[in-house]
Ligand binder design. Structure first.
Ligand code: NAD
Length: 304
């Protein structure tokens, strides 16, 4: 049976999630600072609210998909935030914020009698569109059972990874560290191959059939790197944030991470060069630059 849900943050991920919830029979009250994003959700059948508090005054379950830990904190606990709403009972955070902020937000919400749920996701815009995301949930088991049918609309691979606030976030940071590592290492490997005269399209085929297979070469290179479109749908800013948060956690827990620290240098450099707007697949351009070549598909290339 359809429920009335709240949803805050209608960006690359939140927009398609809301559309799917509506298509599965739920009614959704939305809020975002970007009026275009709100208008698109309304076109799909959502109702709009003027603030996070207004959403939380009207519904028991509020989901959010917001860019950074600071924004999540402000939307959850700030002035006119979700915690001030009169109806809300459960706050589901689908963003990547890191475990420390998840714990802080959870404490603030619990003090107001609201159940916090960590629920970061992985699988990109394509996963959000198709509902195939991996969802990493930590919350009390009874709350997980209550939310499961809703979360499985967002991602058919929903996992209850723990009961404690922050555990879903830690799982997500570990996942994204591996994704960030695959991207950085694959860029270096392809620049080497191209410099040695190998055909990048053939390299993709070989690696995908071999033991070097990874998500960067499988998904990102054919779609957005070899085509030189650099538009996979996840910003360098967000990838850099995730790697940083992961290393902060490693530091806090006393876990040495040599490889991850090297990987972070690439993302820090790409962020410094590309600013806030570039897609993370643009990393390739900065790996190519000192070598003076381009890792470009030869398919449909004009004859020399
Ligand atoms: P996005 O920047 O496209 O969307 C964020 C949305 O939040 C925007 O519409 C923005 O207007 C809105 N927003 C910002 N501040 C706000 C505020 N104070 N109040 C209300 N709305 C506000 O980001 P995204 O790519 O959709 O990512 C959202 C979260 O999901 C991030 O934490 C990201 O790390 C995570 N994530 C993204 C991807 C991806 O592939 N894009 C994959 C997995 C996880």
């Amino acid at each position: 049976m359809g429920e009335r849900l709240g949803f805050i943050g209608l960006g690359a991920m939140g927009g398609p999630m809301v559309r799917r919830l509506i298509e599965h029979g739920h009614s959704v009250l939305v809020h975002d600072l970007d009026s275009k994003a709100v208008a698109k959700a309304v076109e799909h059948g959502a109702e709009q609210a003027s603030s996070p508090k207004a959403v939380a005054d009207a519904v028991e379950i509020v989901l959010v998909s917001l860019p950074t830990p600071d924004v999540v904190k402000a939307v959850a606990l700030g002035e006119n935030g979700v915690c001030q709403g009169g109806a809300v009972k459960t706050f589901v955070d689908l963003s990547t914020t890191g475990p420390r902020v998840a714990v802080e937000v959870a404490e603030g919400l619990r003090a107001r009698g609201i159940q916090p749920v960590d629920s970061p996701v992985s699988g990109g815009i394509a996963g959000a569109e198709k509902g195939t995301l991996a969802v990493m949930v930590s919350c009390e088991t009874a709350v997980w059972e209550r939310l499961r049918p809703i979360l499985e609309i967002i991602g058919r691979n929903a996992f209850h990874v723990g009961e404690e606030a922050g555990q879903g976030q830690t799982m997500k940071l570990i996942n994204n560290l591996l994704s960030a590592t695959a991207m950085a290492a694959s860029c270096e490997a392809f620049v080497l191959g191209a410099k040695a005269g190998l055909d990048p399209d053939k390299m993709v085929d070989v690696i995908n059939a071999g033991s070097g297979a990874n998500t960067a070469v499988r998904d990102k290179f054919p779609k957005a790197v070899l085509t030189r479109t650099f538009d996979f749908g996840f910003r360098t800013e967000l990838m850099y944030k995730d790697v940083r948060l992961c290393l902060e956690e490693a530091e806090a827990l006393g876990v040495p991470m040599w490889v991850a620290n090297s990987v972070k240098q690439w993302w820090s450099y790409a962020y410094a060069r590309g600013g806030k707007t570039e897609d993370f697949t643009s990393l390739m351009r900065y790996v190519e630059e000192p070598v003076g070549i381009e890792v470009r598909s030869r398919k449909n290339a004009p004859p020399e």
